[in-house]
Design a protein around this ligand. Structure first.
Ligand code: SF4
Ligand code: SF4
Length: 384
């Protein structure tokens, strides 16, 4: 049986930096993270900066979390505090500067007197205990640190259903390599197993402090094209797997998130051994949190499994280009891991060849103009 996991949960109604700071300070205390655990350590902060987005869109970690956590870590005597992220798309200095600035992280880091990472080197790492992935390429700040402070955002997610602590570690894989990972693990089940392997590797190599920005989350077509949804909570735990489980309870996604199911089966947490400190989950529960349009209907998944997977291709949601919104920027063409989106020479718009599509929804995630929609089969719509 997994050992007891502590999860701190508090209500928080605003992004006022002092308010976030005082909650984080209290939660670290409850989790037993005292000054002597931080003093002299090299700390890397991992926000969720999936792409350049205004903080008000609620697709990225709010800058006040970066500022508050940075201030706190400096006060606790960390040797160095650096923010490092590999957003979706290319991993180079120009892209990093644009994302840090556009997401409000540049000014947050300045206010907290912490560094921003511009070193784009990465290393190959063996992961012998991984169940589906025995190796990963990881950006350098995460290969040489004592503590990771995982500052994630609570969002719905087109492929993984939910993005919180476990999914956020995918941003430690360099740039477009993430597209290759989608091609290597093309179905949701294998992709989720890989995400759990990656997260576990990080928790085994250093102390991880996982904090969820759930003040305002993103519902619907997350991780980038959904709608801001007030949840009013901050959560924290040393155990990212237990933390994600509590997040599913908070937004009514229990039994819907494969990374949670997989990590529970592997014994990385036991729901009966989670001790919640602070507020009660039921009191803060956000029951009407909407999932993505790509959400699978359990009855049809079961039916498809029963028929040996033969009808899954027919019933699965698929991406389509909305030519009224498309600006022909080509981001979806560049980001498709299966190279199944090409520009239609006559119409000049991108066209998706669905027979090769693996439903990773990178095209939807990275389209800066919300021009990729997820189309459900009409039969599935009726069952929702
Ligand atoms: S990323 Fe979006 S706007 Fe750009 S070409 Fe693709 S669909 Fe059009
Ligand atoms: S078309 Fe979109 S969903 Fe399909 S493989 Fe390409 S990026 Fe993934």
């Amino acid at each position: 049986m997994a050992e007891e996991a502590l999860v701190a949960l508090d209500s928080c109604e605003s992004y006022e930096c002092d308010r976030v700071y005082s909650i984080l300070k209290k939660q670290l205390g409850l989790l037993g993270i005292s000054k002597d655990k931080i003093a002299g350590k090299r700390v890397v902060i991992k926000p969720n900066l999936v792409r350049k987005m205004d903080a008000g869109m609620a697709g990225t970690t709010h800058p006040s979390f970066v500022e508050a956590a940075g201030r706190l870590l400096v006060e606790m005597g960390a040797d160095s505090v650096k923010v490092a992220e590999s957003p979706g798309g290319p991993y180079n200095e120009i892209a990093l500067r644009s994302v840090y600035k556009g997401c409000g992280i540049e000014s947050a880091a300045k206010a907290a007197n912490i560094q921003l990472n511009y070193d784009i080197s990465w290393k190959y790492r063996e992961n012998p205990s991984g169940e589906i992935s025995k190796c990963f390429n990881i950006i350098d700040p995460y290969n040489d640190c004592d503590i990771i402070v995982n500052l994630c955002k609570l969002k719905s997610h087109g492929m993984a259903m939910m993005s919180a602590a476990v999914k956020n570690y995918f941003g430690t894989v360099p740039g477009v390599e993430k597209f290759e990972m989608h091609a290597r693990f093309p179905n949701m089940s294998d992709f989720s197993r890989m995400l759990v392997d990656l997260c576990k590797m990080h928790t085994e190599s250093c102390l991880t402090i996982n904090i969820v920005d759930a003040v305002v989350g993103m519902e619907g077509n997350g991780p980038t094209n959904g709608v801001p949804k007030k949840i009013g909570a901050i959560l924290a735990s040393i155990n990212p797997f237990a933390l994600d489980y509590v997040c599913t309870r908070l937004i009514g996604f229990e039994n819907k998130v494969e990374t949670v199911t997989i990590s529970e089966k592997r014994g990385y947490f036991d729901k009966d051994s989670i001790k919640i400190l602070g507020s009660d989950v039921e009191a803060l529960k956000c029951g009407d949190f909407k999932g993505p349009d790509s959400e699978r209907v359990p009855a049809l998944i079961w039916l498809s499994d029963f028929m040996g997977g033969r009808i899954l291709g027919l019933i699965e949601p698929k991406p389509v280009i909305n030519t009224k919104k498309c600006k022909r920027c080509g981001e979806c063409v560049r980001s498709c891991p299966k190279h199944t989106i090409v520009f239609d020479k006559k119409k000049k718009f991108p066209k998706i060849h669905h027979s090769e599509c693996i439903k990773c929804f990178c095209c939807q995630e990275l389209c800066p103009h919300d021009a990729v929609k997820i189309k459900q089969n009409p039969l599935v719509k009726l069952l929702h």
